[in-house]
Structure formats: structure tokens, C-alpha cells
Design a protein around this ligand. Structure first.
Ligand code: GLN
Length: 396
């Protein structure tokens, strides 16, 4: 048989999504791949039922998004960012922000171009860069506050990259970039003439006193920022695969072409139903944040109870937990053991870091509080289980 392409050799399948399969195999509570175990808003489900009737729509939407959906999206973006995105020229509706990021990367990068990526980073960006033939240049976000060194960022930008990827709020660290950091990034990318591809899927999950700043709204940044986001996390509909790119008409023209030949379009009945969500009042977002704040507090209390050290997330719904004390040299094996023996699935930290980090694992807490409490009870046994299974004395 002929050889397969070189393109897919440089990366593995997603570790995050593999951990979901590991969780299922061991019947573990799945705190690995971040998605809710609670229902989407009832008003949204009612709209979906309506779209499921003969009224539909059931045929292709306009490739770059159903007009009604794009209009509702432009209005929602205006409400939150204050920016005027034109529904016809500034938006492409994609199959989740996964496609939005990939299509953006393919639209701006030539093979051999460099792309700046902060580390730790959401694992898709590595594969996105490789598939686009681009070379990632990493800039470290250093624990505990995951701040970056401005000189390191400047040095990376001085290498002449085409784009910088900014995940804000950040997965997996839970970092929310401060307004000073965003201003500095904006200044530097303008100085070095670099695009920013943002991933803002957790924009509505930011815990006070932290606040989400929209980079595109900073002076000079509207045309330079390629905003990628989705409805998955904001409306608890990760399976609907509805995302979007918001950018200048020139960028959007190129993204549309990639999107057209990659997926044709996002599901038409789901776009129709999701218009309802985009029109939710402010109170919806307040309730969402209150619910996630409470989930965060419940899960962090469980980690305290289990005496597991962690970095307190400022946004998103992930927490990095330090497992250094267990002396495991292989965090992947640790997570497999954790799922099998303790019954809680996490993602090994090494899948997010450029650096050789093996002492962190990531849990997500987008779960019902009862699920989080149950996970906490299991985690309280972690030390005991580890001591029983390993020679080293870990019972402190
Ligand atoms: N963003 C989610 C996570 O980090 C996963 C998203 C996905 O699997 N597409 O767990």
C-alpha cells in the first residue's frame, strides 16, 4: 500500500478526547474532556424542538452561516464588545471553534510561517499549526500566576511570525489576561505586524474580580484580531458544534473559502434554534457565571479536603492540580491509574505544555454539583489508593 501523508505524523490523536474514552472504559467520573453533564437552557431546547419540525430548516444553510444566525451573532457581539461586526462581511459560522481556529490558521499561514503560542496551551493549537505547515514558537506562561515575560514575547515576535494565538480565558491554566497584558500584546503585535487569532470560548466564564477584555476592542486591533469563539460553553451545547470567526472582511474572505471546502457549513436546524440563545438577556449570563462560581467553589473545596494543591482559576472551568508529591514520572500513566483505581478522569498536564512538565494534571468542573461532590469523595481516597499500590510512603 502507498505511504500515508507526512502531515499527520507530527502529532497524536487528542489526549483530552482519549481520556474521555479511558473514563468510559473504567466507569470513572469524567473530569477530563471539558463538557457539561447538565442540560442546556430549556428555552433553547424548545427552539430546537421547533426546528425539528417540518418547518426546519433541514437543507444547507448559506455556507458562511444562516443570515438570521449571523444577524443575531453580530448583535450579541456588539452588546458585549461594543464593536460593529457586519453580519454579511465580518462573520463565518463554523463547526465549533475547533474549525474556526483551524480555518483561521489555514487562511493566514503559509507553510514555513511561524505562529506564537503561549505554553501551556490547548492541545489543538499544536495540531492546527502542523496541519497548516506552520512552526509554533512558544512563550512560557509561568506558574503560579501564569504571567509571561514581555521580553520573551518580544523575542518571539521578532522572529517574524504570521500570527499569535491567544486563548483568553486560558485553557488549561484558568488564567485571565489582565488589561495591562492585553495592552502590551496589542502594542507588540502592531509593532511587529502580526495577526492575533483568539480563542475566547470561555469569555462568559470569568470569576470576579477578574474581567474578560476583548483584544479586538483595543485601539488598532479590530482588523488585526481574528476572533474565534463558540456557543458550546456559553450555552452548554458542546455537541451542537456551533462556532464562528469574526474578523476583517479581507480575512473573512479567505476563511470563508477554507470553511467552504472543509465542512460546507454548520448544521442548519441548530443555527436556527441557537438564534434564541444569542438573544438571551443579560440575566442569562449572570446566572451562568453564578452557577460556575458555585461549581468552582465546590470543586476547590473538595481539592482542599483531599489536600491536593492547585492554582486557583481566574476564568474558564479547569483547574491544574499539582501531583508532584506522588513522585510519578509519567503523568499519562498517573491519569490512567487515577481513572481506573480512584474513579476520576483527568487530563495529563504534559499534553498542554511545551516544557517537560509532568507534575500537573487538569480537572474540569463543568459538572453538576452532585457529580463534583462525588468526585471529591473519590479523590479523598487518592493517597490511600496510591500508598496501597506503590512502595513509596505517600500517607502523610
Ligand atoms: N475544550 C475542551 C477541553 O479542553 C475539549 C473540546 C473538544 O474536545 N473539542 O477539554
Amino acid at each position: 500500500m502507498p505511504a500515508l501523508s507526512h502531515r499527520t505524523r507530527g502529532f497524536t490523536e487528542s489526549v483530552i478526547r482519549r481520556m474521555t474514552r479511558v473514563a468510559q472504559a473504567h466507569d470513572a467520573i469524567n473530569l477530563s474532556q471539558g463538557f457539561p453533564d447538565f442540560e442546556p437552557p430549556p428555552r433553547l431546547l424548545a427552539a430546537l424542538q421547533q426546528a425539528a419540525t417540518a418547518a426546519g430548516p433541514h437543507q444547507y444553510a448559506v455556507t458562511w452561516g444562516a443570515p438570521g444566525f449571523r444577524r443575531a451573532l453580530a448583535a450579541k457581539l456588539h452588546r458585549w464588545t461594543g464593536l460593529d461586526y457586519d453580519a454579511d462581511t465580518h462573520l463565518v459560522v463554523t463547526c465549533g471553534s475547533t474549525e474556526a481556529m483551524m480555518a483561521s490558521m489555514l487562511a493566514v499561514c503559509n507553510p514555513g510561517d511561524k505562529v506564537v503560542v503561549f505554553s501551556p496551551f490547548y492541545e489543538n493549537y499544536g495540531a492546527d499549526a502542523i496541519l497548516a505547515g506552520a512552526e509554533p514558537v512558544h512563550v512560557a506562561l509561568r506558574p503560579p500566576d501564569f504571567a509571561f515575560d514581555p521580553e520573551e514575547l518580544r523575542a518571539a515576535l521578532a522572529q517574524g511570525p504570521k500570527a499569535l494565538v491567544l486563548c483568553n480565558p486560558s485553557n488549561p491554566s484558568g488564567k485571565v489576561f489582565s488589561s495591562d497584558e492585553l495592552r502590551l500584546i496589542a502594542e507588540l503585535v502592531q509593532e511587529y505586524d502580526v495577526f492575533v487569532i483568539t480563542d475566547e470560548v470561555y469569555e462568559h466564564i470569568v470569576y470576579p474580580p477578574y474581567r474578560h477584555g476583548y483584544l479586538a476592542a483595543l485601539p488598532g486591533m479590530f482588523d488585526r484580531t481574528i476572533v474565534c469563539s463558540s456557543l458550546s460553553k456559553t450555552y452548554s451545547i458542546t455537541g451542537w458544534r456551533l462556532g464562528y470567526v469574526a474578523a476583517s472582511p479581507t480575512v473573512i474572505d479567505a476563511v470563508r473559502k477554507v470553511h467552504d471546502f472543509l465542512t460546507v457549513g454548520a448544521a442548519a436546524p441548530l443555527q436556527e434554534a441557537a438564534i434564541t440563545a444569542l438573544q438571551f438577556p443579560d440575566s442569562y449570563y449572570e446566572e451562568l457565571l453564578a452557577a460556575y462560581t458555585s461549581k468552582r467553589d465546590v470543586f476547590l473545596a473538595a481539592l482542599d479536603q483531599a489536600r491536593l494543591p492547585y492554582t486557583r482559576p481566574q476564568g474558564a472551568y479547569y483547574v491544574l492540580v499539582d501531583i508532584g508529591e506522588f513522585g510519578a514520572s509519567d503523568d499519562v500513566a498517573f491519569c490512567e491509574w487515577l481513572a481506573r483505581r480512584v474513579g476520576v478522569a483527568a487530563v495529563p498536564g504534559s499534553s498542554f505544555f511545551r516544557e517537560p512538565v509532568r507534575h500537573l494534571i487538569r480537572f474540569h468542573f463543568a459538572k453538576r454539583e452532585a457529580t463534583l461532590v462525588a468526585a471529591g469523595q473519590r479523590l479523598a481516597n487518592l493517597r490511600q489508593c496510591w500508598a496501597e499500590d506503590h512502595d513509596r510512603v505517600a500517607m502523610t
